[in-house]
Design a binder for this molecule. Structure first.
Ligand code: SDX
Length: 429
């Protein structure tokens, strides 16, 4: 007998189907609620609402579990490459050796960007934020790489996926070099995905970039940890925009814009700005914690809290370990890391943070690691976007092939004026 939930409205009882996930999560299926009861549900911010059924990423907010296609991120961070992880998310399984070689070759083939796009970059105001540039350039890719009628839909999707994964990295490095008035460094077929990006970012005719395997691995792990996170704000934006059957470039461009926000992927930049503020004000985080606790203050402790995790974000310990490794290797220390560790220690023992289940999230330490790698601050959200791209693509692809998927069009409860008449301007006083 199928499990159901009973709902009684206006004296009538309705049975609503219960959906159970492969890890035992439960949902009440309300897809027929309006038709059967005349009622809709209301859930601002969707904290209690599932938007889809998905087989891609499983996260458990109570015990801090995160798995891509069933594989724990701890194992992927230890053993996988970012390209392998991208393939896993998009295709459902880790690639065979032959599949991995073919996928890597495809990414290499599509790593260049149309030369005419450079005019876009060169005319962009130098001080523009790289996330704004990136979302514009990704949207422009449709114009430079239009669909070819001879290709099947699947062939078109596969080449678009390869173009996006490979070119997003190239576009990001181009925006950085051009913003500094420097020569664009081309991708090299001799370098792997992450080494290629670092070389495009930091190589120079007068100072060749020394590709350090530990720095490459630190970037690789950072991108793996950011690769997907079920129905977060930017992934929901990609699914929502994609549900109108717009091209994938436009849907990804929307995802980049959603990720830019300081409450989401822009938090990695906001964390460093906050830690720098604490450092500049003498290093004592207490005033900032006091503001975070103050109900009348809109200040939030950046890098703390999460809609799903009610314990440590499982990505945090891995990032912390990578920070220690890289800084130790360089014999360097980062005063902002010291402040972050102190802030974490104080906050996680503070009753307000404990009562509100506020723990450090992925953005709290990712910025420290990106600083150690040498990524400029305003590029931190861009690194999040490069990492999250395979997740966005896999979620979009799952949605367009889902027989139950339809145009996303939520309803509302109207609380405005009742009907009233137009008043000519002469009579409005
Ligand atoms: C990411 O969804 C994902 O999976 C996202 C992500 C991914 O991989 O895609 O994990 C990446 O975006 C991580 C989050 C990065 N954002 C930040 O670090 C910004 C700071 N954090 C907060 O703004 C907040 O925690 C959110 C936005 C992340 C989550 O907030 P919710 O779930 O909307 O909860 P809320 O804002 O309603 O807060 C609930 C309570 C409130 O207090 P009360 O009014 O109930 O007394 O917790 C408090 C809030 O004031 N609170 C905080 C706080 N976060 C929540 N108080 C102080 N500092 C904070 N950071």
């Amino acid at each position: 007998m199928a499990e159901t939930a009973k709902l009684t409205v206006e004296g009538k009882t309705y049975e609503l189907p219960i959906v159970t996930g492969s890890e035992g999560e439960k949902a009440i299926d309300i897809s027929k609620l309006l038709k059967e009861t005349g009622y809709i549900t209301l859930d601002q911010g969707y904290a209690n609402t599932g938007s889809c059924i998905s087989a891609i990423t499983y996260m458990n907010g109570s015990n801090g579990t995160l798995r891509y296609r069933g594989i724990p991120i701890e194992q992927l961070a230890q053993h996988a490459t970012f390209v392998e992880t991208a393939y896993l998310l998009i295709n459902g399984d880790l690639p065979s050796s032959c599949e991995l070689t073919n996928f890597s070759d495809l990414l290499n083939t599509h790593s260049l960007v149309h030369e005419d796009m450079r005019a876009f970059f060169e005319k962009y105001p130098r001080g523009a934020h790289p996330m704004g540039i990136l979302s514009s350039m990704v949207n422009a890719l449709m114009a430079f790489y239009p669909e070819v009628p001879e290709r099947t839909e699947e062939e078109e999707i596969n080449i678009t996926v390869a173009r996006l994964i490979s070119k997003l990295r190239t576009l990001a490095a181009m925006s950085y070099q051009i913003s500094r008035g420097h020569r664009v460094i081309y991708p090299s077929h001799q370098l792997g995905y992450c080494a290629n990006f670092l070389n495009m970012m930091f190589d120079s005719p007068v100072r060749p970039y020394d590709i350090d395997p530990d720095v490459v691995r630190a970037l690789e792990v950072t991108l793996i940890l950011h690769a997907d996170h079920e129905q977060n704000c930017s992934t929901s934006a990609v699914r929502h925009v994609g549900s109108a059957r717009v091209n994938l470039y436009a849907a990804i461009s929307a995802g980049i814009c959603a990720l830019w926000g300081p409450l989401h992927g822009g938090a990695n930049q906001a964390v460093i700005e906050m830690l720098q503020q604490i450092y500049d004000s003498g290093g004592d985080p207490a005033p900032f914690i006091g503001r975070a606790r103050d109900k009348n203050d809109t200040f939030r402790l950046m890098g703390f809290g999460h809609r799903v995790y009610r314990t440590y974000d499982p990505r945090v310990p891995i990032l912390k370990e990578m920070c220690d490794k890289l800084l130790t290797k360089f014999g360097a220390s980062d005063p902002l890391l010291d402040i972050a560790l102190n802030l974490e220690e104080i906050a996680t023992h503070d009753p307000y943070f404990i009562d509100h289940n506020l723990y450090p999230n992925v953005d709290f330490y990712s910025g420290i690691l990106l600083r150690a790698i040498g990524i400029p601050l305003n590029m931190f959200p861009v690194m999040f976007a490069i990492g999250r791209l395979p997740g966005w693509i896999s979620q979009w692809r799952e949605s367009i092939y889902d027989p139950g998927w339809k145009l996303c069009r939520p309803r509302q409860i109207y609380t405005g004026h009742k009907e009233r008449n137009y008043i000519p301007v002469a009579d409005r006083g």
